[in-house]
Structure formats: C-alpha cells, structure tokens
Design a protein around this ligand. Structure first.
Ligand code: SIN
Ligand code: MN
Length: 262
C-alpha cells in the first residue's frame, strides 16, 4: 500500500492561542530545520531510553522518558518556540511531566483507541487539573494514511455522563497506560456521535513541524501502511502551579518529579 503523499504545509490558521483553546489542538509555526533532523540520532535515544514498549512484531511502539537521557540535550533547541507559546497559553511556568517517541506499525494492534490523556495524569500521577499541553514534534513526514493522531475538535469541552460520574481509578499495571488495551478507553458509540457532530482532524505534518493537543481532547490513532514511518516525539508539559498533590504510582519515566521550570 502506498502512502498518500499530499504535500504538507504548516497550518497558519491554527497557530493562535485562541484557535488552540477553542479546538483543543493547534500548530506552532517553526522554521523547518531539515539539517537538524538529518543530523539528529534517533537510534541513540532508542538505545538509552529508560523504558521501551514493543509491538507484537518486535518493533518499537514507544520509548518513554526520553528527556531523561543525555542525547535529549541535543534536541532541546527545537522546542524553544513551542515552550514559549505554551507558557503564554497556560499563563504559567512549565516543566516536563512526560516524554516519549511513539512509532506506528501497520499491524492491527498498532492502535491507540479513543481516549483523553488527562485521566491518566489525574488518577495515576495525582495532578490536580488539566493545565497541561502535549507537544508533537514530527520526526517523519506524517500523512493522512500514516496512522496520524486524530482528534475530535472541541471535545476537550465535552464530557460524557459516565466520565463525570467516575470515581478515582486505581492503578493496575503499566500495560494499561501504553498498549492497545488502554485504560480509560471511551465508549465508541458516544465518541462516534460526537465525531459526526464535530468532525475528526488528523494531526499530519512535515518533518520538523510542531502540533499541540489538549490533555482533555479525545484522540486516537489507527495502524499505518506497510511502508510506514511515523515517529512522533511527544512532550507533555505541566504548569508549575499544578504539581502533583501526591507522588505518582508510576515510575519517573512516566511521571517526572523534577519540577524545575524550563
Ligand atoms: C499516538 O502516538 O498515535 C497516540 C498518542 C497518544 O495517545 O497520546
Ligand atoms: Mn493519548
């Protein structure tokens, strides 16, 4: 199966704080730096990441805790613009709560079912409110059929009855945070009906582009194609005023306790 290689361009219309706050996703306009990306050594990060998750076919699904390894220092510069924008949106200082590279295979288990991210951070990491932002840095050109992250615009303001009624969930095992059998998966019929009202938007981008998505926005991703490469660096920032009220039940590489402002 060949990829739909529609030319990718940065999305100026989605690059304002208002757009992000209304839609739950957005873009950070950055100069494309292909030289940087051709020089950056992803295999070094893969080799040293504190925690790696594999797909059934033996290929990598995710590397967690990448901001904790030395080579990450070579990457920091590409995030400066995004970090400035996030501080403006959150009106606060920020620190890194979680970091990872997510990959995408073409096999059926290479999915992330419909979910929001904040329930993990609230229930397991004890973070009070969703004053957080996810940044995606595209490490490959990501097209509509690469298995992009897909969001339902505006869903960060819409919660289902069963979610509002939910008591605090106990942590069971780490696989529920990282696999296709994901904790906090949302009811499909309700998601589908919200998606038919609000639409679905795919976070596609060219190598070096940067997207943002809200911790409460409903999102998923499907398997990619046979010749897929879809590596996304995803960094989750938390506002410094929103530190966990208790230590996380998950390891450091899922929930950092280094609250040093960036
Ligand atoms: C993905 O990498 O496709 C999903 C990322 C996420 O659910 O946060
Ligand atoms: Mn997610």
């Amino acid at each position: 199966m060949s990829l739909n290689k529609t030319p990718l361009k940065q999305k100026t219309e989605s690059s304002s704080a208002d757009f992000y706050l209304n839609n739950g996703y957005g873009t950070v306009l950055v100069p494309q730096n292909n030289i940087f990306f051709s020089e950056v050594n992803i295999s070094e990060i893969e080799a040293t990441a504190p925690y790696t998750v594999y797909e059934e076919n033996g290929n990598i699904r995710s590397c967690y805790g990448i901001h904790l390894v030395n080579t990450y220092n070579n990457w920091k510069a590409i995030l400066l613009e995004a970090e400035k924008f996030i501080k403006e949106i959150l009106k606060d200082d920020i620190y890194i709560h979680q970091s990872k590279i997510n990959y995408k295979e073409s096999i059926p288990t290479a999915v992330w079912p419909w979910h929001r991210d904040f329930p993990f951070w609230k229930n397991y990491d004890n973070i009070p409110v969703s004053k957080m932002i996810n940044v995606i840095v595209f490490l490959d050109n990501v097209y509509e059929n690469s298995g992009p992250v897909q969001v339902i615009p505006g869903s960060h303001k819409h919660f289902f009855e069963e979610e509002l009624a939910q008591a605090k969930a106990e942590f069971n095992e780490l696989s529920g945070s990282v696999s296709s059998d994901l904790d906090f998966e949302l009811p499909l019929t309700k998601v589908k009906s919200l998606a038919s009202a609000n639409g679905i938007f795919s976070l596609c981008g060219a190598i070096g582009d940067i997207s943002l998505f809200h911790p409460d926005v409903i999102h998923q991703s499907s398997p990619g194609t046979d010749d897929n490469k879809r590596r996304l660096m995803i960094i989750t920032y938390n506002a410094c005023s929103n530190r966990p009220v208790n230590p996380s039940v998950r390891p450091q590489y899922f929930a950092s306790s280094d609250y040093t402002p960036i």
